[in-house]
Design a protein around this ligand. Sequence first.
Ligand code: UFG
Length: 322
Amino acid sequence: MRVLVTGGCGYIGSHMVRCLLHAGHDVTIVDDLSAGFADTVPAGVHLAPFDVRDPRVRELLVDREIDSVLHFASRIQVGESMRDPRLYFRDNLAAGITLLEHVLSAGVRRFVLSSTAAVYGYPQYTPIDEAHPTLPINPYGESKLALERVLASYATAYGLSYAALRYFNAAGAWTDEGLGERHDPETHLLPLLIDAALGKRAPMTVFGTDYDTPDGTCVRDYVHVRDLSDAHVAALVYLADGGESGAFNLGTGQGHSVREAIACVERVTGKTVPVSYGERRAGDPPVLVASAARAARVLGWRPSRASLTEIVSDACAWLARQ
Ligand code: UFG
């Protein structure tokens, strides 16, 4: 396939680009480099360094005969979305709609959206499947859910085929390819823990120890970024085969608490993680664990790097080199 990857210089997008190349697809990247890194672009891959709203995106789709778009470019910080929601409705929702204008007018028929577990809001049951009510509790989740709804309407009206892939907690790295997590600022648990263990950061603060969970800390479903990439390839193949559009959870189905994550990082690094214990972070649900049964059944996707130890080991190998 001939695939355009927006945000292809970001954390998940850069892994996606390598995964597509390994699977034999032709790749073009659109990334304005506001959060991504041009040094992740493999030799021979065309990088168009502009925003997804840029009219040149339409020309690119036509000129390069793109048949599928994978849309990663977006803002990703829940806290920032609470403080400054217009960034999220403008850069995730409105920009996504403009990108879809380019997609439709260029005649591209397949679209995969990088979506999030944040579309569900507070879990009403666990593990969360796609039938769970979607009641986001922050503008980040709202912006992604709204774009999913736009896609559903466009699928019905214009025959666009789409998959909205709802990631749980993306983590890990692809060290052989020189890829890993680079966020500024970094807010995610595993890189903060690993960097603290390696002495590269201040002690990490555990946000809350009084949750209704087995050890009092929040439980999350960490899924390897390479498994996420594999799921996108499976989704592309599924859509190309005429599969029905829709949303799919991507997670391992295994939950790990913050304390378990700390113990895992200590085992893998052989070092003690300096931590302090603080208040709960606003908006953190106690438990977020996916049922990815639908992705398994429909896409034939199962995570093959599902152990937390493997995810942490890969992330450590990458962060130790930075
Ligand atoms: N945590 C800490 N201390 C920190 C950072 C995180 O204790 O310094 C805890 C959080 O409270 C949470 C867990 O570690 O319980 C994981 O936090 P992350 O910030 O790594 O990830 P989130 O679960 O908050 O967010 C992830 C994605 C979002 C997505 C969300 C779905 O990063 O994009 O899942 O709710 F929206």
